[in-house]
Design a protein around this ligand. Sequence first.
Ligand code: NI
Length: 393
Amino acid sequence: MKTFIERATEIQQDMIGFRRKLHKDPEISFKEYRTTEMIKQILIRFGVEIVEWGGETGVVGLLKGALSGPVIALRADIDALPIQEENDCVYRSQNSGAMHACGHDIHTAGLLGAVILLAERRNSLSGTVKFIFQPAEEINAGAKLMLEKGVLDNPAVSVIFGLHNMPSIPCGKVCLKPGGLMAAVDTTFLTINGVGGHGAIPHRTHDPITATAAIIQGLQTVVSRQVDPLDSAVISFGTIHGGDANNVIPEKVELTGTVRTFNPTLQAQMPERMRSVIDGIAAAMQTEAKFIYRKDLPVVFNPPELAEWCRGPLEKVFGSEGVINFSPSMGGEDFACFQERIPGVFLFLGVGNEAKGIVNQWHNPRFDADEDSLRYGAAALAQLAYDYMENRR
Ligand code: NI
């Protein structure tokens, strides 16, 4: 029998076809209607049962093997971004202002390849594969909605695998990293209330602008003085609004920001550490702070033992030289929400190719991925599911 990577190489043209169709017709988060329809048609063609999961977009497919065994989920995200594509290629986006600039078309086409590979082996599968084509990853909402609707139940999933493309890794290689791979993502909302007045008479005001400046500086000391230097954290403010005139001290200043961490203990401590700096400085400057800290995503964390198990299956696809370690990303991924519920491993699939000029990073209007990576992505997911069943039999 052919190996998964051999067979994936044979169906490479089909996967390139899927990918280009998706790339030409990108749909943004929770608007993936035509994408959903296309995925359903392909699943039906290969005899995979469609499960009504309870959402308008996104697809869940069930492939039952001939023998009983565990349920393994394979997940891909399917949404595009509100970005105007600047690539000039035959498969360029036809939808103005929308683009697969994070390569979710590669993830979707690769998982469709895994559907074909595993459906062909249905008679020797000892278990069930649940294919999860998830909407709305880019707005941190799709995984949460699917989990709320019980996507991991009926039948209950034992383990989940997924991947994200990585342009910094050459095509043909995969990053398998035990532990934290992508950061936890939190959002902050801060309002500093003072007493406004004339810019020339500051002693009759409680100036929220000066207080805000001190608070922003003070918060950076949380990272530099309160976080272990060998740990990592980022506090960034992306918006700041206050005042309407050069000589008027306003009543309030409003800010929004993002906080990234890798260590769950540290993530749990961040709201209080930030709050104590904010409240202390605000009070010292006779202003009042309103601080809201919203936890959006946990860290993408690969349980070390399960990650180590993945090495065997992955070496069958990429060779021993092809399975590499790589630096973690401060970016976030809502695959973490699945990992909060059940064991799961997330990989970075190499899609970079300097010789082909494929070097641009995620969310860049000239982002692209080497399509040769499709066969690797498909084979990796199929091999992980297949070997997991074999090992648990
Ligand atoms: Ni992405």
